[in-house]
Design a protein around this ligand. Structure first.
Ligand SMILES: [Zn+2]
Length: 251
């Protein structure tokens, strides 16, 4: 049987050997937040780790890779009003990520792909990249898997374009990767507005989810299926694999 690519399932000896081979480190970062009436709050953490594991398993015969434990807390102030949610503030999030990266660097790895699975983390991660470059010797790359795979995701969804929140896409993925965490009897309520951030062009403002969705859902989960979830998992896996293998991304 192939060795697990998951950091938490390996011995320190096995991890040192992967560092010696200059394995690419995949670092999933996610969230713990409300996902409507029908999904467990761990969705982003479960899905992000799930697609990272699939990508690592797909590629590990061709190149050494390792997946760190998933950071289960992120920037989620906009979900707090619904309950069930943890959030960092910006200085704490930056400090935690920097501590993870410095630990990885001290063990001799040189390349880290941060794979994000939560919309609320996107702008923070982008803002931290200069600090990661200056304060570590690592090559750090960051991506959000459902943005990376978006061209392949859109044709799979019937009710919406792109992945929204607790929506057709996330619910289908959960049916595929963690079906025990989907409350199917609550699916009829699992619908919300089709967009989360209506705003005039060029003007930024903060909008908590409570102000535009009663259910906590953005999008429409009512015809989510496991079959769509299986297809979504594959296109997300393949998009991450493509980055791992893309010489230009690591130049
Ligand atoms: Zn989510």
């Amino acid at each position: 049987m192939a060795q697990s690519p998951m950091w938490k399932e390996l011995t320190a000896t096995e991890i040192r050997e992967l560092a010696r081979r200059d394995a690419t480190v995949i670092m999933p970062v996610a969230s713990m937040e409300q996902h409507g009436p029908h999904l467990a709050v761990g969705v982003d953490t479960v899905l992000c780790e799930g697609v990272c594991r699939l990508a690592a398993e797909a590629v590990q015969n061709e190149m050494p890779v390792i997946v760190t434990p998933t950071l289960w807390c992120g920037m989620a102030e906009h979900h707090m009003a619904f309950g069930g949610t943890f959030t960092f503030d910006i200085p704490t999030y930056r400090a935690v990520l920097m501590a993870f990266l410095k630990s990885i660097e001290r063990h001799g790895f040189s390349k880290v792909l941060i794979v994000n699975g939560h919309g609320g983390n996107i702008s923070a991660l982008a803002a931290f990249l200069p600090d990661f470059a200056v304060e570590t010797g690592l090559k750090v790359r960051a991506t959000t898997y459902f943005e990376l795979a978006q061209p392949a995701i859109d044709p799979i969804l019937d009710n919406q374009e792109r992945i929204r929140h607790a929506c057709e896409g996330e619910t289908s993925l959960m049916m595929a990767l963690a079906p025990e965490l989907v409350r199917r009897d609550r699916l009829p309520e699992a619908v919300g507005p089709s967009h989360s951030t209506p705003r005039p062009l060029g003007v930024a403002r903060y909008r908590p989810y409570r102000s535009f969705t009663e259910t906590g859902v953005v999008g429409d989960a009512r015809n989510a299926t496991k079959e769509k979830g299986d297809r979504l998992a594959i296109v997300c896996r393949d998009a991450i694999v493509a980055v791992l293998q893309d010489g230009e991304a690591w130049a």
